[in-house]
Design a protein around this ligand. Structure first.
Ligand code: CU
Length: 66
């Protein structure tokens, strides 16, 4: 899993939007959200760059975080 910091993620709607964006690039991806920390752990077959690009397309700036 890779952890991403997504500062603008704040509610269930954001979560749903992010889940949809990632499922479009990898339907089998696993996501674990930490809404308080505004972080999401993503396990997907695609690389980090593709994940960041998909989140950006969905309207969220994301940066890989440790
Ligand atoms: Cu939201």
């Amino acid at each position: 899993m890779t952890k991403f910091s997504v500062p603008e993620m704040s509610c269930g709607h954001c979560k749903a939007t992010i889940e949809k964006a990632i499922s479009e690039i990898d339907p089998g991806a696993k996501l674990e959200f930490d809404m308080d920390a505004r972080e999401v752990d993503i396990e997907a077959k695609v690389d980090t760059t593709a994940i960041v690009a998909a989140l950006k397309d969905a309207g969220y700036e994301a940066t890989p975080a440790g």
